[in-house]
Design a protein around this ligand. Sequence first.
Ligand code: FAD
Length: 531
Amino acid sequence: MRETTPNTPADLFVIGGGINGCGIARDAAGRGASVVLAEMGDLASATSSASTKLFHGGLRYLEYLEVRLVHEALVEREVLLRAMPHISWPMRFVLPYHKDMRFESETPISKMLGLAMPWMKGRRPAWLIRMGLFMYDHLGGRKILPGTATLSLKGTPEGAPLQERFERAYEYSDCWVEDSRLVVLNARDAEARGATIMTRTKVTHAQRDGALWRIATEDAETGAKATHYAKMLINAGGPWVGDVIHDKIDLPSREGVRLVRGSHIVTRKLYDHDKCYFFQGTDGRIIFAIPYERDFTLIGTTDAEHDDPDRRPVCTPEEQAYLINFANQYFAQSISAEDVVWTYSGVRPLYDDGASSATAATRDYTLKVDATGGAPVLNVFGGKITTYRRLAESALEKIGEHIALKSGPWTAGVAMPGGDFPVDGFDVLVQTLSGKYPFLGEVWARRLVRAYGTEAETLLGEAKSAEDLGRGFGATLTEAEAIWLMRQEFARTAEDVVWRRTKLGLRLSAEEISALDGWMRSRRERADAAE
Ligand SMILES: Cc1cc2nc3c(=O)[nH]c(=O)nc-3n(C[C@H](O)[C@H](O)[C@H](O)COP(=O)(O)OP(=O)(O)OC[C@H]3O[C@@H](n4cnc5c(N)ncnc54)[C@H](O)[C@@H]3O)c2cc1C
């Protein structure tokens, strides 16, 4: 851990270990800046583990004419895919077409169409979808991802799970990403490049002290207090960005954040192919149904105002019913609340652009520097997982006006930990791993390569059998993997392991999770006592 003093301050102190804080920390550390990052919970414990997990351009944002955001995100998909082919992969999205599909009435395109073609009465016509998909195909300079296609739903695997009234569909590409693993890999890489990453460390107060920031932190587990010094403060507090501005650093800022909750439900697998569905509702909104963790289907999301970042977001019964009803307008076999095996919710920290509805509020990011009272602070609003690397580059441009950086942008084209293999090399890596460790079998080997990529071999070491990996906690989670997650990936509790480093919480029983937690606690206590 790097100690900072008024004479040896860090260049940057980052508040927030979500994707934006960790992305900025990694980029800055790679440019030679000294960086300290504090996260009050676990890495990705807030919004960055609760997304729909897509690297996507955001087809629906075209209706809001967010062309800059869509263009940047579309280009970024392939940059990210190449850098992390273990935790990210291409997906095809099937968009069934029906004449009843409607616009959100607030979109600029729907307003324009309403004026020019009033008889359409808020309907989203097929030609408009084709036009949107044409733009989607051509705005982003695709090289890896296949383009748009039209598809018959009659007698095809894609049509099989859907109601008969859906006869045709469009199909396009986007990518999946394991969101919370992406955050952890950024934190690891930042640390490898010299950053100090402190989890379970809350920033309670920060104030300017001449040209420096003096930052007070509190250890969430022990209550221990500490003081840090830095030349620049980065507020990447996500849903708490406003709380940090107003309550932790008392900045007289008028910038606002709009908190919009989004919830997902997870059911047992609803269909057999590996494509996703993009469903349009009669209320103008859209939801996705996505193959999830091999045996499940992920359905989301909602848009609901959320008043307080400290109120833990949960999927309300109303949101769950909304998602079930929405999906039931499409699937032939209805689902009900009994089919839901898990739900999760997150809060989008959107820049308050004064939009009338939560759905309409911009998903683009806004970076604001305040240097009026001495040492500078950069406040981060909004953004997508998809644009985190570009957001970090833009942040570094602003940081560079205040802090001397040794080099320029570098993150495009540099692999994330474990991602140093070809973008189409996943299956080969699985075969190589199963060849070297035959006791794993296909399913276990695939899971490890998805999580750890080329580092899976380092984790497994000289093991010749499952017993060599130590205690088994269930669902192929072993002591060796748990130790890796504690040593290399900042995991402290079973929740960190089963809901963020992995999604084995979907397969482990409450007793198994509790046994893992007990084992991790005693290992932590032994490690603390040895220090
Ligand atoms: C339902 C939903 C679906 C989404 N789907 C997608 C998608 O498919 N694709 C996509 O690209 N984007 C998606 N997004 C957007 C994306 O998830 C967010 O933009 C992104 O995760 C925000 O990251 P962040 O780092 O700004 O915030 P967070 O991940 O919330 O991180 C902020 C962190 O700051 C910490 N913090 C706050 N205050 C303090 C303090 N005082 N001291 C220490 N730490 C502090 C918090 O604990 C938190 O971990 C989705 C968002 C939601 C909600």
